[in-house]
Design a protein around this ligand. Structure first.
Ligand code: NAP
Length: 342
């Protein structure tokens, strides 16, 4: 452990986006020890200002020389920008925490959820980059890690119900407009999604691969294996976009090596880091997307034994996809970095 520097220079690449805005919010809410906060985006945003703790900060151009003097660079400007600029930021001495998919499966780059594998952060020294996982994988593993540690999970079957905010601001507008058009009796048009999203469920997130799964589904498979450091764990996913603005929900079925009861799972998750147990179904209390927006915890409930197999458990897992699914997880990694490494 090195002597802690008191305050840090942080850059946000993609500061004007949905995730970038949430990063500003999380840095403020968690009182991150900031010296300089440098906000970077495309030339479209140069000249704009963003407010942080009541102070107006100008947006600067994301470029290779925008990182001089920066300790930590939070990237959320898409994979192309991460490929183009993250190595330059690392070369300038910053530790990059990247929200895009660019580096997640690179064996030299740690993929981290602090509640799951914070020890992996130590490997940032190799390339100066740490990857933030896919939103649906993050919340699932926050809920499953305590169970995996106790009885080893052999297989996961997951179906997701993902909010449109995961696609970005244009998708939020598209859902709103379709609802307004429906109410006004007008035809509904779509351009962000391949079909109408209002009053519909789309069993497609991202593009299809040769094996019939989507990229989003295979991210859940591959990222789980990488973070659980277990290439043998079976994972099969069906990812679905639903007409919800904020909060991803997931139906998760697991098969464990050793038997664990529903009561034992509840006891484990009651005290698990990052988890809020919401599991009083007879009182109508279970995790719902409308309750998770703005919250840091992953909500878990509907915990029951799978009666069709010997060692099976069902869970319902809900989290704010912009917070724990992106901005919060990145800031938590930054907090661990400054606590233990910088
Ligand atoms: P978004 O709302 O569309 O924001 C994109 C950001 O990237 C904006 O700040 C934009 O700046 C900037 N940008 C785009 N092109 C650029 C360029 N050529 N040069 C510099 N900056 C550029 O998208 P988002 O939802 O925040 O997602 C951003 C990233 O986070 C993506 O990689 C996404 O995969 C990842 N992510 C998103 C979620 C989610 O739930 N939304 C979850 C996990 C990870 P301008 O405003 O100037 O265009």
């Amino acid at each position: 452990m090195t002597a802690a520097k008191k305050k840090y220079n942080v850059a946000i690449a993609g500061a004007t986006g949905a995730v970038g805005g949430a990063m500003l919010d999380v840095l403020a809410r968690r009182d991150f020890p900031l010296d300089e906060l440098r906000l970077l985006a495309s030339e479209r945003s140069v000249g704009k200002t963003l407010t942080f703790k009541g102070k107006e900060i100008p947006v600067q151009l994301l470029s290779k020389d925008a990182f001089a003097g920066i300790d930590i660079a939070l990237f959320s400007a898409g994979a192309t920008r991460s490929f183009d600029f993250a190595p330059a930021a690392a070369a300038a001495g910053a530790v990059v925490i990247d929200n895009s998919s660019a580096y997640r499966m690179d064996p030299e780059i740690p993929l981290v959820v602090p509640e799951v594998n914070s020890h992996a952060i130590a490997r940032y020294t190799k390339r100066g980059i740490i990857a933030n996982p896919n939103c649906s994988t993050i919340q699932m593993l926050v809920a499953l890690k305590p169970i995996h540690d106790k009885v080893r999970i052999k297989r996961i079957v997951v179906s997701t119900y993902q909010a449109v905010s995961g696609t970005g601001a244009k998708a939020i507008d598209e859902l709103k407009q379709q609802i307004l058009d429906y109410a006004a009796g007008k035809p509904m048009v779509h351009s962000v999604y391949p079909h109408q999203i209002a009053f519909n469920c789309l069993p497609q997130i991202d593009s299809f691969l040769d094996n019939g799964y989507t990229k989003e589904e295979m991210k859940m498979v591959n990222e789980t294996r990488k973070m659980f450091e277990d290439p043998t764990i079976g994972v099969t996913a069906t990812t679905v976009r639903v007409p919800v603005f904020y909060g991803h929900s997931e139906s998760v079925n697991i098969e464990t090596e050793k038997k664990i009861t529903a009561a034992e799972v509840k006891a484990l998750l009651k005290n698990a880091p990052g988890v809020q147990l919401v599991d009083e179904p007879t009182l109508g209390q279970y995790p719902m997307a409308i309750d998770c927006a703005g919250r840091f915890e992953t909500l878990v409930g509907r915990i029951r034994e799978d009666e069709s197999i010997a060692n099976g458990i069902n869970l319902w897992v809900v989290s704010d996809n912009i917070l724990k699914g992106a901005a919060l997880n990145a800031v938590q990694i930054a907090e661990e970095l400054i606590r233990d490494y910088l």
